[in-house]
Design a protein around this ligand. Structure first.
Ligand code: SF4
Ligand code: SF4
Length: 446
C-alpha cells in the first residue's frame, strides 16, 4: 500500500520532519484560508450578524449551553482571523473589528473548536435565515489545522491507518478473507444453499460493494445480511480484499490530499475489476465523500455510476427482485438520519420506502430528514478520545428523540452513527437495538 504523502503533495517544506515548525504551520494555515475565501467563501466569512438564532439548532449547544458552543461563536474563531488578513479595517484597526492575528496558539484554539465542538453536521447552516454556511467556515478551520499539521492525534492515526494499510482499522488482508469465508459458511446454513459464497476479487461482476471495516471487525452480521440479500436478488457482485473501505477519515480531518488518495484507490479498483457500478455500504460520510466530493477532488467524473446500498435495496423491493414479509420485523422501528447521508448527501427517501416495506410498525422521530439532529458521533468524533465526554453528552438530544418514539429498534444507514447510538442506548438507558437497514431487509426475506 502507498504510504501517507507518497502519492500526494506534502504540506511541509523540504527538509521538514514531523509537524511543520510553528511559523511554517501558521503560514500554511494562512495560505489555506486565503485559498478558501476566494469568491463565495469571502461572503460567508463576512455575513453573520450574530443574531444567535442558530444557537438551538446545534445539538452540542443544546446539551451544553455554554457560549463557547454557540455556532456563531465557534465560527468566529476563524472569521476573526479572516478579518485580520483580508479586510481593510481588520488590517489597520484590528481591535475595533475583533480581528485576530494567527499564531501557533490560535491554531490550537481553532483545533479545539472545529474538531472538539463541532461535528460538521450542517444543521446550523440550514437554519440560518441569512444563508450563512457556518459548517463551511468550520470546515475551512479543519483544513487550516490539517495543513498546519495540527490534526488531533486519534484522527490522524486513523487517516494514517487508511493510507498505510488500506483500511481505517488496519485489518490485515488474511483476516478480511477468513471473515468472508466463515460468513459464507454461516450463510450457506442460514439460506440452505450449498453453492452460496461471498465473492472476493472476482473480475467482470456488475457491482463492487465497498464496506465499512467495522463490518469485518465488529458487525459481521451487516456484511452477512448484505450478502444474503444480494444472493436472494441473484446479484452479480464482488468485494475487493485490498480496497474494501468506504470510510474516508481524510475527509473528516480536513486533509483533502489524503481524502483524494482514498477516493482514487476505490475508483481505480473498480476499473481493475471491470465492474459496472460501485455500491457503497451504509456509511454517511463515506457516501458523501465518495459520491459528491470525490469527483471534485479527482477533477473528473467516475467511469461507473455510484450509489448507496439503500438505493439498491429500494430498487430490489420496488421491482420485486426480492420478496419480503413485514411481519418478520414486528417490533416498532424508528430511523436515525445520518447528517452526511441525508442533510448533506441528499438521500432521504429510499431508506424510508424500504423500512415501510420490511417492518410492521415504522415510526419517524421528530424532527427528521434534513432537519434531523446529529447523533453526536459525526465529524470523526469517535476517533478522538479527548472529546469522548462531550460526544456522549451531546448525544442526549438524540437519546431524547429516540425515547419519544417508543421504538425498540433504531435503524440507521451508517456504521459510525450505529457506534454512537449503541453507546447512547447504554448511557441513557434507552433499551433499543441498533440495526443497519440491510439487516432488517435480510430478516424480512421470504
Ligand atoms: S449564522 Fe445566521 S442565525 Fe447564526 S448567528 Fe449568524 S446570522 Fe444569526
Ligand atoms: S455544524 Fe452542527 S455541530 Fe457544528 S456548529 Fe453547526 S450545528 Fe453545531
Amino acid at each position: 500500500m502507498t504510504k501517507r504523502n507518497d502519492t500526494h503533495e506534502s504540506t511541509e517544506v523540504p527538509g521538514d520532519e514531523g509537524n511543520p515548525a510553528p511559523e511554517r504551520g501558521v503560514n500554511a494555515a494562512l495560505a489555506e484560508l486565503a485559498a478558501s475565501v476566494r469568491g463565495f467563501g469571502a461572503f460567508q466569512m463576512n455575513a453573520c450578524v450574530r443574531c444567535g438564532l442558530c444557537a438551538d439548532t446545534c445539538h452540542i449547544y443544546r446539551a451544553e449551553p455554554d457560549v463557547a458552543n454557540l455556532p456563531a461563536m465557534k465560527a468566529s474563531s476563524i472569521t476573526s482571523v479572516f478579518r485580520r488578513y483580508h479586510t481593510f479595517l481588520g488590517k489597520r484597526l484590528p481591535g475595533l473589528v475583533g480581528a485576530r492575528e494567527l499564531t501557533a496558539e490560535r491554531i490550537d484554539e481553532i483545533r479545539d473548536v472545529v474538531y472538539g465542538r463541532c461535528t460538521s453536521c450542517g444543521r446550523c447552516a440550514s437554519n440560518c435565515a441569512l444563508g450563512v454556511d457556518l459548517r463551511h467556515i468550520l470546515q475551512v478551520g479543519r483544513r487550516m489545522c490539517a495543513v498546519a499539521g495540527r490534526i488531533p492525534e486519534g484522527l490522524q492515526r486513523t487517516v494514517d491507518n487508511q493510507l498505510e494499510t488500506g483500511n481505517q482499522m488496519a485489518i490485515p488482508q488474511e483476516e478480511f478473507l477468513s471473515t468472508t469465508e466463515w460468513l459464507s459458511d454461516d450463510l450457506k446454513l442460514e439460506m440452505g444453499d450449498d453453492t452460496l459464497r461471498i465473492p472476493v476479487d472476482e473480475k467482470g461482476k456488475r457491482i463492487l460493494y465497498v464496506i465499512n471495516p467495522r463490518e469485518v471487525k465488529f458487525f459481521p452480521l451487516s456484511l452477512m445480511a448484505a450478502a444474503g440479500v444480494f444472493h436472494a436478488a441473484g446479484e452479480s457482485w464482488t468485494l475487493s480484499s485490498k480496497v474494501f473501505d468506504v470510510t474516508n477519515y481524510g475527509f473528516f480531518a480536513g486533509d483533502e490530499a489524503s481524502a483524494r488518495e482514498l477516493v482514487r484507490r476505490v475508483a481505480e479498483e473498480a476499473g481493475a475489476l471491470g465492474v459496472e457500478q460501485i455500491i457503497l455500504s451504509e456509511c454517511g460520510h463515506g457516501y458523501r465523500s465518495f459520491r459528491w466530493e470525490g469527483p471534485r477532488w479527482l477533477g473528473r467524473e467516475y467511469a461507473v455510476p455510484v450509489s448507496s446500498v439503500v438505493e439498491l435495496l429500494d430498487e430490489y423491493i420496488e421491482c420485486g427482485r426480492v420478496q419480503v414479509d413485514r411481519e418478520k420485523n414486528a417490533e416498532r422501528v424508528t430511523l436515525h438520519d445520518p447528517c452526511n447521508l441525508v442533510r448533506l448527501g441528499g438521500l432521504s427517501e429510499p431508506q424510508r420506502r424500504v423500512l415501510r416495506k420490511v417492518t410492521l410498525d415504522f415510526v419517524e422521530m421528530t424532527p427528521n430528514r434534513e432537519n434531523n439532529f446529529c447523533c453526536g458521533g459525526g465529524g470523526g468524533m469517535l476517533s478522538m478520545s479527548e472529546y469522548g465526554d462531550r460526544r456522549v453528552a451531546s448525544g442526549k438530544v438524540k437519546a431524547d428523540q429516540i425515547r419519544a418514539t417508543g421504538a425498540k429498534i433504531v435503524a440507521t444507514p451508517c456504521h459510525n452513527c450505529a457506534d454512537q447510538l449503541i453507546e447512547l442506548s447504554k448511557r441513557y438507558h434507552l433499551g433499543v437495538e441498533i440495526q443497519a437497514v440491510v439487516e432488517l431487509v435480510y430478516n424480512a426475506l421470504c
